[in-house]
Ligand binder design. Sequence first.
Ligand SMILES: [Zn+2]
Length: 329
Amino acid sequence: MKAWILSKNGIDNLNLKEVEKPQVKAGQVLVKVKAVGLNPVDSMVIDLIPVNSEKIPGAEFAGEIEEVGEGVKELKKGDRVSIYNRYFDSTCSYCKSGNEMLCDNGYIFSIGSNGGLAEYIVIDGRNAFKLPDSVNFELAASLPVAALTSYNALERAKVQKNEFVVVIGASGNTGVFALQFAKMLGAKTIAISSKNWVKDFGADYVIGYENALEEVRKITNSHMADVVIESIGEKFWDLGYSLLGKNGRMVAFGTETGSNAKIDISQLYSKQLSILGSTSGSVKQFSEVVNKSKDLKIKTWKKFNFQETKEAFKENSSKEKDGRIIIEL
Ligand SMILES: [Zn+2]
């Protein structure tokens, strides 16, 4: 089979090669990859995380079951699936409490093992989730990272009906899902974004970065945000923090613009604020995300075929990027 192999850090060391098709063992399935969604984690794998041995990147993907190993009961050849993209041991205290994303021995596919930038991948059957018929592979390849991360973030913040949820970077991979899930929870959503199209993804209000504080004050009648979803890191941390009202919760899960932040402790206690981190999500949450996926949508900016993967990565850091980049197989 063909696979993109990373031999050393740097996009120039990513090459399309012919490699052996992986063999299915008991409990596993062979997935024919149909779509891969690009994420910041892929750029980290290519550029930053040391490459100890050759590996296949691609953290977020979906496909079709090609072969089923002994003992896998719920899946059959031809099933269309999205992939919970983490290994977990099922035995540590975090797994036992339903927090597989925190597993003591866990890792993300493409970091601790091969990812989805290949014609086929073998995974445990428990990681493959059948898609609703109406969900295409483009969307399915946006569920494991983009959708699940937002879903967990909103659950961490315990978003309630009619609360004001502010999404910073609302047109980003996770932002569009944060808006959609927040609407499903009955929240009132304020998108901070330069893109007006986020209204089609559940933004009740779209405001710019420059006057965000004033705008949020006006929209909420000085109540301010109950929840701020912060996926960008350092650059807008202070802004996000300043938007919180009493009992406000800020959830962070990205550091694209840096990872250092300060907090004003007096604001923290006098307004009873909560700062929360979230990472990926649990198996249960992923199964809920897949079930809800028939009511979700994404905005794709550009699609590339498998041979054009390098071009896709170059475009992924483009300033003009306006929606997702998907590689189709
Ligand atoms: Zn575990």
